[in-house]
Design a protein around this ligand. Structure first.
Ligand code: BGP
Length: 463
């Protein structure tokens, strides 16, 4: 039996998705507020109202056997404008959350940026504007200076790949651009900003560790042909290596750079910036695991990206066709998918963890893992057996990787309680705790909450 005494079992959320209180206490507009309001789409104005329910939420984590809470700080709640003016009320809110975590014996695991860019920065070009990188580092410094006695685990960015590709390549997230060249530039700026944030952390001499969280999709090929292997390498560069290699080794993959420079101008990647990236690598890797990527070689001259924000299986709602791409992503007809077309594939977690362990040798946290479903939360208890079996299968896969040597230090269920899912709305539920969005945001533990508690308390013996 593995020694799990110090293992960080927890659950996760993100500021925009759960806090609500979008215009309270001098919080300013984020790019998501602006975009969703403009488009008249379901938004996170109130969301789970964690702003007013955090004490209850954190108490439930403790009662649920959890040892850590992964959440994010909201830049627009903390910094009021481009001049860097600090909102003391924003800081006070996070001090209250952090104190509450400590009072309940819950370790805070804190992400500095989980996608809610202040709209005042988006209006200057957002992640296409190099100035935003320095602004991020200044904001990170404010966070370090104010919270360093209460936080020992920091994350610069949540999922650079997902928010950059959704915002600049596929265009289903703000700023809704579909442009490969801009995607590369935004991606580079985010990785540079992450390194600048780490530099601030190291120079400040703060205690604790700092990492990055990646939307991890290990790559499989449809067959063993050499063309498929090449497609897999490209897919791995696109899906994983440009974040993991850059964050962990300080190096953007050379074959990716050489491929990109054939087609795009990347002269904005300046030697002094690449030096900062090289010198400021992470202490750990956070991996969010939902699924794998299955690929076949690129043959047709164009590649199609489809995302499903419709919640109807097979009805991808955003689609973009990119010419001169490298690989084509496939569905496996023999596999199981959710209503949002996410494949359920626990084996990918084990394979992927071993791969990341071998490549980087760094401590790993699984910073998100979970399943989004439609659920009726008016019943006394949501009987989410499917979530229990999803978590059980993934935790087993994680244990197998640990037995083979991967240094995994924690697991966070996504999500602590029901919240707003980007572009999918609140009806796509991931929580261990149900939130009734129609009735005062009442909280009720689901069956999975109790299962998770018992699993943790029994040292995973009842798995
Ligand atoms: C990750 C994000 C989370 C969360 C989760 C579920 O990519 O870090 O913020 O939303 O995925 O995804 P979705 O809400 O799109 O179903």
């Amino acid at each position: 039996m593995m020694d799990l005494k110090n293992f960080l079992w927890g659950s996760a959320t993100a500021s925009y998705q759960c806090e609500g209180a979008w215009d309270l206490d001098e919080r300013v507009e984020s790019m998501w507020d602006h975009y969703l309001h403009e488009e008249g789409l379901e938004n996170g104005d109130i969301a789970s109202d964690h702003y007013h329910h955090f004490e209850e939420d954190i108490r439930m984590m403790k009662e649920g056997g959890q040892r850590a809470y992964r959440f994010s700080l909201s830049w627009p709640r903390i910094i009021k404008n481009k001049q860097g003016e600090i909102n003391e009320k924003g800081l006070a809110f996070y001090h209250k959350i952090l104190d509450c975590c400590h009072e309940n014996g819950i370790e805070p695991f804190v992400t500095i940026y989980h996608w809610d860019l202040p709209q005042y920065w988006e209006e200057t070009g957002g992640w296409l504007n190099e100035e935003v990188c320095t602004a991020f580092a200044q904001y990170a410094k404010v966070c370090f200076q104010n919270f360093h006695t209460k936080i020992r685990k920091w994350v610069t960015f949540n999922e650079p790949k997902w928010f950059v590709c959704s915002g600049y390549l596929i265009g289903n997230y703000p700023p809704c651009i579909q442009d490969v060249s801009k995607t590369i530039k935004a991606a580079y700026h985010v990785m540079y900003a992450s390194a600048l944030g780490i530099k601030e952390f190291r120079e400040g001499g703060y205690e604790g560790e700092i990492g990055i969280v990646h939307s991890f999709t290990p790559v499989n090929g449809v067959d063993d042909r050499i063309e498929t292997k090449i497609a897999m390498r490209y897919a791995d560069n696109y899906c994983n290596n440009w974040i993991l290699d850059t964050a962990a080794k300080g190096e953007i993959p050379i074959d990716l750079l050489s491929e990109l420079s054939k087609q795009y101008d990347i002269s904005y990647m300046k030697p002094e910036q690449l030096k900062i990236i090289k010198e400021n690598t992470v202490d750990f890797l956070g991996l969010n695991y939902y699924s794998r990527t299955l690929v076949k070689p690129y043959t047709s001259g164009e590649t199609t990206f489809v995302v499903n924000n419709s919640g109807k299986a097979g009805k991808g709602s955003s689609k973009v066709i990119v010419k001169h791409w490298f690989e084509q992503v496939m569905h496996d007809p023999n596999s199981t998918y959710t209503e949002w077309d996410t494949e359920i594939y626990p084996k990918g977690l084990k394979d992927g963890l071993l791969e990341v362990h071998q490549k980087y040798g760094l401590p790993i946290y699984i910073t998100e893992n979970g399943i989004g479903m439609y659920e009726d939360v008016t019943v006394p208890q949501v009987d989410d057996e499917y979530r229990i079996s999803f978590m059980r299968d993934h935790i087993k896969a994680m244990f197998e990787a640990m037995e083979q040597g991967a240094n995994i230090k924690g697991y966070f269920a996504w999500s602590s309680f029901d919240l707003y899912s980007w572009k999918n709305g609140c009806e796509k539920r991931y929580g261990l705790v149900a939130v009734d969005f129609d009735h005062d945001r009442i909280r009720k533990p689901k069956k999975s909450y109790t299962w998770y508690r018992d699993m943790i308390n029994s040292n995973a013996e009842n798995l």
